[in-house]
Design a binder for this molecule. Structure first.
Ligand SMILES: C[S@@+](CC[C@H](N)C(=O)[O-])C[C@H]1O[C@@H](n2cnc3c(N)ncnc32)[C@H](O)[C@@H]1O
Length: 134
């Protein structure tokens, strides 16, 4: 079978959508979880990361791209000011989550890059990389 006709199953990639709030995924042992622009929106990011940690096999990886707390004091000040309004407009999205700290306190070892990826700065400080799971 050539690559144009092979299925996800043939490639041994089985995509699943996970609800990180309920902690009830019947399956675990994933090689990899991909999480993009979700830690800002989940109600409890620590619980979500604990669930990701639970379902990733030992030695597996979390790939992430998230926005969060910027290093500059003036940008942080604006993010804090905008957050209540922004959160109501953007489905609960938070602007002040410290993504690396959340990953580390959930037991992941993250390797990542970070920076402003757009304007306005108050909305655009991003972190992207991967995190391993002992
Ligand atoms: C800003 S959107 C990002 C969508 C998409 N992942 C992307 O990168 O474009 C935030 C996403 O978080 C998801 N989300 C919120 N709470 C969640 C949860 N408990 N478990 C899984 N996903 C959740 C929402 O369904 C929404 O799709």
């Amino acid at each position: 079978m050539n690559s144009s006709t092979s299925s996800w199953y043939d490639r041994k990639v089985l995509p699943r959508l996970l609800d990180f709030a309920c902690g009830l995924s019947p399956i675990a042992g994933f090689d990899c979880v991909v999480c993009t622009y979700t830690l800002c929106s989940v109600r409890d990011p620590s619980a979500a990361l604990a669930e990701m940690r639970r379902v990733i096999r030992p030695g597996g990886r979390l790939l992430f791209a998230e926005h969060g707390l910027a290093p500059d004091a003036s940008v942080r000040k604006w993010r804090r000011r905008l957050e209540p309004w922004w959160s109501r407009m953007a489905g609960g999205c938070r602007l002040t989550r410290d993504v690396p700290a959340l990953l580390k306190s959930a037991g992941f070892t993250p390797t990542y890059q970070m920076g402003y990826v757009a304007r306005p700065k108050s909305l655009a400080y991003n972190f992207w990389g991967d995190a391993t799971c002992p």
